[in-house]
Design a protein around this ligand. Structure first.
Ligand SMILES: Cc1ncc(COP(=O)(O)OP(=O)(O)O)c(N)n1
Ligand code: TZP
Ligand code: MG
Length: 208
């Protein structure tokens, strides 16, 4: 399995967003350091999710960037994505691993060391850990765990920890110092005027 990219761009399909434009801007900057996770809003049909994932997959290929699909693992299989990401409301990690196969990249959401260790034992190849900071992109989340919460998880597992939730280039150094391998973002790339420039800022923070 190729090494995991450090910058995870999660697609924003809320009204008024153009997820493909953001992916197109980020790819030439981050190249193989980019992991694009296709995440769609609940009201999105499988056909719409498939069409978006198929396009993202095609855009990623020439850059050797990784393409994952959030929640809908049948869509991941249908577009031959590199893998998927599951959380508490999705297929259990072991079932997701059976669906995707042994070689797939499989991310699981974790918030504390016990859940993190269980997810890894069940077959997760990386963990999405958070919310680290307050986010405006997803509602209904528990309080942020901050860099200290990331550290607690990172010390409990050997797989890459991807910090998520309110991440910006300015908060990356503290998250990295806490043991995060990389970060996942929605707003930091999808709600800015120049996503290519924002990608460069995040990559610089992740690789220094
Ligand atoms: C990298 C990463 N980490 C966490 C999540 C959240 O997944 P989940 O808890 O299943 O919530 P939804 O994204 O499905 O709303 C993620 N998607 N990616
Ligand atoms: C899907 C998800 N899970 C925890 S926070 C989050 C959204 C992160 O979005 P942003 O980077 O805009 O805070
Ligand atoms: Mg989910």
């Amino acid at each position: 399995m190729p090494s995991l990219g450090r910058l995870h761009l999660i697609t924003d399909t809320r009204p008024g967003c153009d997820p493909l434009a953001v992916v197109r801007a980020a790819l030439p900057v981050a190249r193989a350091e980019l992991v694009v996770q296709v995440r769609v809003t609940d009201g999105t049909t499988d056909r719409q999710a498939y069409d978006l994932a198929r396009r993202v997959r095609a855009l990623c290929l020439p850059y050797r960037a990784t393409c994952l699909v959030n929640d809908r693992l049948h869509v991941a299989l249908a577009v031959d994505a590199d893998g998927g990401h599951v959380g508490a409301d999705d297929l259990p990690v072991a079932a997701a691993r059976r669906v995707l196969g042994v070689d797939a990249v499989l991310g699981a959401t974790a918030r504390e060391p016990g859940g993190a260790a269980r997810a890894v034992a069940a077959g997760a190849s990386y963990l999405g850990v958070g919310p680290c900071h307050r986010t405006t992109t997803k509602t209904g989340l528990p309080d942020p765990i901050g860099p200290a919460g990331v550290r607690a998880v990172a010390e409990a597992v050997t797989v890459p920890v991807i910090a998520i939730g309110g991440v910006t280039a300015a908060t990356v150094p503290a998250l990295r110092a806490a043991g995060a391998y990389g970060v996942a973002v929605v707003g930091a790339l999808s709600t800015v005027a120049d996503p290519g420039r924002a990608t460069a800022g995040l990559i610089a923070a992740l690789t220094c």
